[in-house]
Design a protein around this ligand. Structure first.
Ligand code: PLP
Length: 517
């Protein structure tokens, strides 16, 4: 490791020393700061604030709480602390820094207007345990957002409490189970197509169902004939992602729903890709019974690094009575209230129970409603059109240098799918993705969906400009040429990042979470 310089950081080097000179097309340079741990920077006895020594006697009852040793805190001044975290933040990549083309994740810009509204004291400073009559406005926001989601999807109701897409899937399946049990027809199997997002089979298994795969056709869609052949009295539900993870619209969705319903089952739609069809298609018209919506994808609320997502689930009339508590409902006096356990026997008797302690992710609700109201119905339709237009621009700008397995079948939806076919012997999708880091971009989704070899799934979203897409495309074209022509420097990319290639298996299996002494 290179020695830290006077200010505590050291330039990152290539494995042998100096970073090799790599031409980047974008002109960006990777982030090359090497930042020590805060414990390596700190010195005992230093503190960011001046604290007086304790005075007087310690009350006898408190003596047992006295520390025998000082806490092992890193000693840093305030400016040292601020700079440490700012330098760390500059080693990271963020949607506020550049495009984040992760397919399926819909990493779109988070409008600052959303943030402003979410920070209004009337929303930010309330507490979930406040009596309902003191937070009528906040409940009004939940209800207005719920109305929009129901209208945009053409469904009967919406459960607002699920905290992310996968949580919404679980909520939907629990509604389905409750509905089937209510008619005395518990079933055991959930059918999931090959191209499904990993959360779908995981959710079905978690909910206690046996998961069976449905194959895809050669054009990347659910095989309707195979699905229909498998339907029967043991099938509780099918889970279909539409648009699917190949970036294609499931054109047979209505036929699938009709067949599932005729066989007594219910239809779950993974709506994480609603971004591509919002304002254009209402899933309710396609026979969907339950669908989660990722507010943190379609409606521009932030993805919180495992933090605050939000996954409301819209429900058909068949499933609405089983929705979880609390449930927003307008009373005869015109006032919207959240129905909780004490009122449920009277107002919502068939609810399967609760998904969360409180009413859901309020900060995401305010942001999503702000986004919806600032676009209006027409603007939301344009969101879908622009997302699809941008993805097709990427698809058509790259298909002469990257294999696009379904490119010949026509336009894609909101994401463009490529494979590693045509790369030189020994060169892989991983090499190209790592090369993107040197170009100053976050890599796209790789090796997903599984139905394509060496998949690269690019989702630009509607918030990228044409100029931004052109820069990304130029970098991708350059990297594709290097992968085809076996440029050895690509095999060891990234060269311009604080870390090179990590052992991803070891990092997941044996993470080092404490500082070695
Ligand atoms: C993101 C995503 C999910 C899961 O959503 P989370 O909010 O991450 O739990 C499920 N399905 C698809 C297709 C997705 O893109």
């Amino acid at each position: 490791m290179n020695a830290p310089n006077a200010s505590g950081w050291r330039p990152a080097m290539g494995e042998g020393g100096e970073a090799p000179a790599i031409l980047t097309v974008s002109g960006d340079r990777g982030l090359t700061l090497e930042e020590p741990l805060i414990f390596e920077l700190g010195r005992p006895g230093t503190c960011g604030v001046d604290l007086d020594e304790p005075r007087g006697e310690i009350a006898p009852g408190l003596a047992r709480f006295l520390r025998a040793e000082p806490p092992a805190l890193p000693g840093l001044t305030e400016p040292e602390t601020v700079r440490h975290y700012t330098r760390l933040s500059r080693q990271n990549y963020a949607i506020d820094l550049g495009p984040f083309p992760l397919g399926s994740c819909t990493m779109k810009h988070n409008p600052r207007l959303n943030e402003k509204v979410a920070r209004l004291p009337g929303f930010a400073d309330i507490h979930p345990l406040q009596p309902q009559h003191t937070v009528r406005g906040a409940i009004g926001v939940i209800s207005e957002l719920a109305d929009w989601l129901v209208t945009l999807t053409g469904m009967a109701a919406v459960a607002m409490t699920p905290k992310a897409g996968a949580h919404g899937e679980l909520c939907g399946l629990l509604c389905i189970r409750a509905a089937l049990e209510a008619r005395g027809d518990a079933r055991e199997v959930v059918l999931v197509p090959e191209s499904a997002h990993g959360t779908n089979p995981a959710t079905a298994a978690f909910a206690g169902y046996r998961v069976e795969n449905i194959p895809a056709t050669a054009d990347g869609r659910v095989d309707l004939a195979a699905l229909t052949a498998r339907l029967g009295p043991d099938v509780a539900a099918v889970m279909i992602t539409n648009p699917n993870t190949c970036g294609l619209f499931e054109r047979d969705m209505k036929a699938i729903s009709d067949a599932v319903h005729a066989a007594g089952g219910l239809v779950y739609c993974d709506g994480a890709n609603f971004n591509a069809i919002v304002g254009k298609v209402r899933p309710g018209d396609l026979g969907v019974d339950a669908m989660h919506i990722n507010l943190h994808k379609t409606f521009s609320t932030p993805h919180g690094g495992g933090g605050p997502g939000s996954g409301p689930v819209v429900l058909s009339a068949a499933l609405a009575p089983f929705a979880p508590l609390p449930f927003a409902m307008r009373g005869p006096d015109g006032i919207i209230r959240l129905v909780e356990e004490e009122d449920a026997p009277q107002h919502h008797p068939q609810s399967f129970g609760r998904m969360a302690a409180f009413h859901g992710q309020m900060g995401m609700f305010t942001r999503a409603l702000t986004y919806i109201l600032s676009h209006g119905a027409d603007g939301l339709r344009q969101v879908a059109e622009d997302a699809v237009l941008n993805a097709n621009y990427v698809l058509r700008s790259l298909e002469d240098v990257l294999d696009a397995p379904f490119g010949a079948a026509g336009p894609c939806m909101h994401e463009a799918l490529f494979s590693d076919e045509g790369f030189a012997e020994g060169f892989s999708t991983l090499d190209l993705a790592k090369g993107l880091i040197d170009e100053g971009f976050h890599p796209m989704t790789v090796y997903f969906p599984l139905v394509v070899h060496g998949a690269m799934l690019v989702e630009p979203t509607e918030t990228e400009s044409k100029a931004g897409l052109d820069r990304f495309i130029a970098s991708m074209r350059s990297l594709a040429a290097r992968a085809r022509n076996a440029d050895p420097a690509l095999k060891s990319a990234p060269h311009l990042a604080p870390r090179r290639r990590l052992d991803e298996t070891q990092a997941a299996r044996k993470p080092v979470l404490v500082q070695p002494q």
